[in-house]
Design a protein around this ligand. Structure first.
Ligand code: ADP
Ligand code: ZN
Length: 721
């Protein structure tokens, strides 16, 4: 190759052409460094005919500076990047960026020095050194990381190195991960599980694109089944990617994986330390990372030799990214499997309607696990009509639920209360003047958090201490909390059952792997009687002694701007109900609601999943909603309200008039102020036949907006706020 066209990681720069200097070997996908004015840019060598740009004359071409010592981005991943950018109307460079690790990862190689205790223990020690000796048993890390672990200064540790208490260890930055052992602990599968597992094993061996929907009730052993596919891929020397909806679930997964395969898998998520990120990326591109488990960002990594993708809890909406490239990792995972020519398993107890539809249409092969493993029964689900069974004044748990909790406590069994709302109370107001605490940056109330004694916005993170007096009328001691959050439910439980040992499980309390690990160990060790949590506790956990689940407010999910509200309510309640009765003892679920007649509540009560899917399918068909029609949102925002409005109007005014597309708006978005930006929204409802993305591009590309205006396109949006 004599001249190349680069995709660089800055959409504003467009594509850039360069000359390949004598002696440099380049192929498509090579990651290179090129000069740009006085600076240097990183780019990927791309097929020139696939990147439109102005041809630069030969004489003006500058030479590339360097090829990075990393394998080229494979052809099949370049095609996936193009597909994703095209489908989600996103800049190619933003998608491509997700394939790369850090600059350090690209360079690879090298060593670093870490430190560990030598085992020497002098007779006399300063308190800091004693604390460090205590805290650093079995640890090995950089001085900075050790200082953080031990809560002492780096100076103290350097002193300890001098005194021979800590010793340096030279570590290979790219040291390989220990090998997973497919035969480490092979489970005895039951017939139904065996049949499913065999299908995955042969699909891995066949090395062809094959999408599966693994539809199994909670506790049926979906993980055990797809693990057999994972084992086969490992035997064949191929890599596996397991996508989980959120990092909070990885802890549980890691333990199960280690139990089955003898080692931990390779982790990938946004909060890895830079050395971990670099090591993981190198192992991914070299093919030595056998199984990678991660959040959605793991999807675009340049695997050398992918053999299987699993999307666990595939119905979860957190697979949809809501900023930057607004892609749905579940859907892109299926596309990736297609380009890689491998099987992909979407596993769920409550599949998304879209997935069910694709299975029905024969696009996905559906595999059912109808029964719980080991004879465990699905729980008995009962509706608790809050209009008839009224909680005591100022309380949120109805008497029947309280009685059931008392009963479990007496028997030494566990209960779980689910309320998908963090904090103490969603709204705080002044009893005297009616003042309501609102976020200055967002259309949202501030949520009281009692533990941190703060009022916080859940959209932008704005926080203020809870004031003594009303900021409006200065009356003291006049603030009233309205409505419950999980913290308030925890208080109520402490009042009703002071002897119960409780655990509060929310992203505020369970924000590190250690915290989650401690919680799981305590719950399994029966050191917890009552768990109170948000959606974090709805999935993944298996506590055999948990026999009662109380859904504090099943109506909560039905409010708000979510077009899949009924489906989400169904999924959340079914998932959390699935935590009950997973062991030998039967489970009971009590659902508190003010709308017992709602079809989703009825379907839950009757355990009639088919009826729910059938009714929801018809409702979607009538509304032209997915999977029968398509939605897209255009969100126009600016710090200046009138600027945002006129831009939105300009877009509305040039909307194409097509028979298969309906454009609604512009209208103020439900969250009309977010992080200080005023937001207007247009919604597009299109028939499946419409060329939605092409139309959007042709419509929006010619328009020009002031600099402060941002126009975001959201294809297949989940949240309508
Ligand atoms: P799901 O993901 O479908 O909810 P899990 O895979 O978590 O189900 O299985 C539920 C529980 O049953 C887990 O503790 C799992 O280890 C156990 N289990 C399932 N199948 C088997 C099996 N064949 N042998 C041993 N334990 C099993
Ligand atoms: Zn805010």
């Amino acid at each position: 190759m004599k001249r190349v066209r680069l995709l660089v990681f800055n959409a504003a720069l467009g594509v850039l052409d360069y000359r390949v200097p004598e002696g440099m070997t380049i192929e498509f996908g090579s990651i290179v460094v090129a000069p740009l004015g006085p600076r240097q840019v990183l780019g990927i060598v791309w097929e020139p005919e696939r990147l439109s740009g102005k041809e630069v004359p030969e004489s003006k071409l500058r030479p590339l500076l360097e090829v990075m010592p990393a394998p080229p981005i494979p052809d099949r991943l370049r095609r996936l990047i193009e597909w994703t950018a095209d489908y989600y109307c996103a800049p190619l460079s933003s998608v491509a960026r997700m394939a790369l690790g850090s600059m350090a990862a690209l360079r690879g190689g090298g060593t670093t020095t870490e430190y560990r205790l030598t085992g020497t223990e002098p007779a006399r020690l300063t308190p800091q050194r004693a604390a460090a000796l205590d805290a650093l048993q079995h640890e090995q890390a950089s001085i900075r990381e050790l200082a953080e672990l031990a809560s002492v200064s780096e100076g103290v540790l350097r002193g300890m190195v001098g005194a021979g208490l800590l010793e340096p260890v030279v570590v290979d930055l790219d040291r390989p991960y220990p090998a997973a052992r497919p035969e480490f602990a092979v489970p005895q599968l039951n017939d139904e599980q065996r049949a499913a597992a065999d299908i995955f094993v042969s699909a891995v061996t066949a090395r062809k694109f094959a999408p599966f929907l693994l539809d199994g009730v909670t506790g049926s052993g979906k993980t055990e089944c797809y693990f057999e596919g994972v084992a086969e891929a490992i035997r064949e020397g191929r890599q596996v990617l397991v996508l989980l909806p959120e990092i909070a679930l990885t802890e549980n997964f890691l333990r199960r994986f280690e139990h089955r395969f003898g080692v931990q898998p390779v982790l990938w998520h946004s909060s890895l330390k830079s050395s971990e990120r670099r090591r993981a990326w190198r192992a991914v591109v070299q093919g030595s990372a056998q199984v990678v488990v991660g959040a959605r960002s793991a999807l675009f990594l340049p695997y050398a030799n992918l053999g299987l993708i699993v999307v666990d809890e595939a119905h979860e909406i957190s697979f949809k990214q809501d900023d930057g490239v607004r892609y749905n990792a579940r859907d892109v995972a299926v596309m990736r499997a297609k380009f890689e020519k491998i099987p992909v398993v979407l596993a769920s107890a409550t599949p998304a309607l879209e997935s069910m539809q694709l299975a029905e249409a024969g696009v996905y092969r559906k595999i059912d696990l109808a029964g719980r493993y080991g004879g465990a029964q699905l729980p008995d689900i009962q509706i608790l009509d809050l209009r008839a069974e009224v909680p005591e004044r100022g309380r949120w748990l109805a008497p029947r639920l309280v009685e059931a909790m008392k009963d479990r406590l007496a028997k030494g069994e566990q209960s779980l209360l689910f309320l998908n709302r963090r904090g103490y109370a969603p709204l705080t107001l002044c009893r005297h003047c009616g003042f309501r605490f609102q976020c200055p940056n967002c259309t949202a109330w501030l949520v009281e958090h009692r533990f941190s004694k703060r009022l916080a916005c859940h959209h932008c993170g704005h926080e203020v201490p809870v004031p003594e007096a009303c900021p409006e009328c200065s009356t003291g001691d006049c603030l009233v909390a309205c409505g419950p959050g999980v913290e308030r439910i925890a208080d109520e439980v402490a009042e009703i059952l002071p002897e119960a040992r409780t655990a509060l499980v929310t992203s505020d309390t369970m924000n590190t792997p250690e915290a989650i690990g401690d919680f799981v160990a305590m719950a399994e060790g029966r050191a917890i009687d009552i768990i109170i949590g948000t959606q974090l506790v709805t999935k993944g956990y298996h506590f055999p002694e948990l026999t009662l689940v109380g859904v504090v407010d099943a109506d909560l999910g039905l409010e708000g701007g979510d077009l899949r509200a009924a489906e989400r309510t169904y999924q959340q309640v079914a998932q959390v109900a699935g935590r009950a009765g997973r062991g030998a003892k039967p489970g009971e679920v009590l659902i508190q609601t003010r709308h017992p007649e709602a079809s989703v509540i009825q379907a839950l009560a009757n355990g009639d999943r088919d009826a729910f899917y059938a009714a929801e399918t018809e409702a979607r068909r009538d509304a032209g909603a997915p999977p029968f029609g398509r939605w897209a949102a255009i969100i126009v925002s600016s710090e200046d309200q009138s600027e945002a409005l006129s831009a939105a109007r300009a877009i509305g005014g040039t909307a194409p008039n097509l028979p298969d597309m309906l454009v609604l708006g512009p209208a103020p978005a439900p969250l009309s102020l977010l992080r200080g930006r005023h937001r207007f929204r247009l919604l597009i409802n299109a028939r499946r036949s419409a060329e939605l993305q092409k139309t959007l591009r042709e419509w929006l590309e010619p328009l020009e907006f002031p600099r402060g205006v941002r126009v975001n396109i959201d294809i297949d949006p989940y949240s309508f706020v």
